[in-house]
Design a protein around this ligand. Structure first.
Ligand code: C2O
Ligand code: CU
Ligand code: CU
Length: 494
């Protein structure tokens, strides 16, 4: 175990649970100071193809502590997977069998969850698959997803937010024959880039310090420094042609309204669960924590442009105003078209997707998201964050769903904030929001859906495999502080 990690364990991981707000939360600088330098090359995670043995694609992943110089000369204690901060991009193909050998060299118990994948419950990596220090956990499962951008992150009960804040997350890149045939930009690090979008705040010494106070639990933890793959002030050289960005909102809590500083239009080609039927031309895409979008931007005009995100105020009504929802703009990544002209065509069509047909559902299941008991006296991790009136209890099964039966899950949000609702082990379709059809950029496969304050969202889903009465999956708010505070429930597929 690297010597520096126990220091992180003692000083932060254990202390932060109790010592709330004890350390001075002084931002390193005002956001404006960092506005436009873009003098740091974008970190490109290792592209990990694993190794194939007896037809199984095997990935060896070690979760460990590390040190990351977000600011020169001020190394921060961080967590990574085979790296100091974040982890490799895991590349695999639809239909393969994959095995993940996940070793925990962290010094504290954690988990690794495969977000967006349909897999047996014992492979899910949620709260029921803790990996103790020094142990290796080896789930093996068929890769059933369509080509697309999925991800993995820590999911230890009560510690998801903390572990992800320090860096315990990475991207999964799935490919298949249908997507290959489209000739989209797909050369890693050349015209195809994963972009993990996160915001963090740092202490004066450049340390990440996860010590949420009551308002941080309410609103979720956010910061003033924009990180792209862990790089502040990032730039990247790109060819003068079509460039593909695989965007992941890997923030704990912030909702990003993403676009380019010059208002350039782009094409959204994929949602959480892979390709849309056709590219959707737009100049903004909203991603809440946990959501992904793949976009194509045409750099043939050789204009240097910045990928930015306006912070969306997620609090509605009086409570939102009271809590002072964040505003402002994070300037994530500058694209510099320095390379050769590569051209490239945006295909007119991508795949065939049937319209979701709600009349196929055999039943409707109701979920209500609440932040009741939001008194000012509520402490960190205190009650009040509920789904259908109950806080997460890992000994209670909230829903039993029958395999193969289409259902509508109707999610109501009477609370004063928006919540991104995520369901494990499924890719669903959005039927409607308050009775209105989803916008074209959401009309694909999803595993996480924003439910705004006052909204009712209906999704259509079927758990097609993986029945296991003993193995619970989670559904929860993907604002990680809300998840840890109890806005999570469990279901089994039988
Ligand atoms: Cu991305 Cu249950 O999580
Ligand atoms: Cu998940
Ligand atoms: Cu929430």
């Amino acid at each position: 175990m690297p010597a520096k990690f126990p220091a992180l364990t003692r000083r932060h991981l254990l202390a932060s649970a109790a010592a709330v707000g004890a350390l001075a939360a002084v931002p390193l600088a005002a956001p404006g100071v960092f506005a436009a330098a873009h003098d740091r090359p974008l970190a490109l995670p290792q592209l990990d193809e694993g190794r194939v043995e007896n037809g199984v694609r095997i990935f060896d992943l070690a979760i460990r502590g590390g040190q990351t110089e977000f600011f020169q000369g001020r190394p921060a204690d961080t967590i990574g997977i085979n790296a100091d901060y974040l982890g490799p991009v895991l590349r695999m193909r639809t239909g393969e069998t994959v095995r993940m050998n996940v070793t925990n060299d962290l010094g504290v118990t954690t988990t690794l969850h495969w977000h967006g994948l349909e897999l047996p419950a014992w492979c899910d990596g949620g709260p029921h698959q803790p990996i103790d220090p020094g142990q290796t956990w080896s789930p093996e499962f068929p890769m059933r997803q369509r080509a697309g951008t999925y991800w993995y992150h820590g999911h230890h009960m009560g510690h998801t937010a903390e572990h992800v804040w320090y860096g315990l997350a990475g991207v999964i890149r799935v490919e298949d024959a249908e997507a290959d045939a489209l000739n989209l930009p797909a050369t890693y690090g050349v015209d195809d880039f994963p972009v993990v979008l996160q915001d963090r705040w740092f202490t004066r010494n450049g340390q990440l310090n996860y010590a949420p106070r009551m308002p941080d639990v309410m609103m979720g933890m956010s910061g003033d420094v924009a990180l792209a793959n862990g790089t502040p002030q990032a730039f990247v050289d790109v060819p003068a042609g079509l460039v593909r960005l695989r965007l992941l909102n890997g923030a704990n809590a912030s909702f990003y309204d993403i676009g380019f500083s010059d208002g350039a239009a782009f094409w959204q080609i994929a949602t959480d669960g892979g390709l849309l039927a056709a590219p959707v031309q737009r100049d903004r895409v909203l991603l809440a924590p946990g959501e992904r979008a793949e976009i194509l931007v045409d750099m043939a005009d050789r204009t240097t442009r910045e990928l930015i995100a306006d912070l969306v105020p997620i609090g509605g009504g009086m409570m939102g105003r009271m809590m002072g929802s964040a505003g402002g703009t994070l300037r994530f990544l500058q694209l510099r078209p320095t390379g050769a002209a590569t051209g490239g065509q945006v295909p007119a069509r991508l795949t065939s997707l049937a319209k979701p047909d709600p009349t196929t559902a055999l039943r409707t299941r109701d979920f209500e998201l609440n932040m009741g008991g939001m008194g000012m006296g509520m402490g960190m991790g205190g009650g009040g964050f509920t789904i259908n009136g109950a806080s997460m209890d890992d000994t209670r099964i909230d829903e039993t769903v029958r395999m193969g039966e289409p259902e509508i899950w109707r999610i109501r949000n009477p609370s004063p904030m928006a919540h991104p609702f995520h369901i494990h082990n499924v890719q669903f379709r959005i039927v409607d929001r308050n009775g209105r059809a989803p916008d074209p950029g959401e009309d694909g496969f999803k595993d996480t859906v924003v439910v705004n304050s006052g909204e009712t969202v209906r999704v259509l889903l079927t758990f097609t495999e993986n029945a296991d009465p003993e193995g619970p999956y989670m559904y929860h708010c993907h604002i990680l502080e809300h998840e840890d505070a109890g806005m999570m429930g469990q279901f089994v597929v039988v």
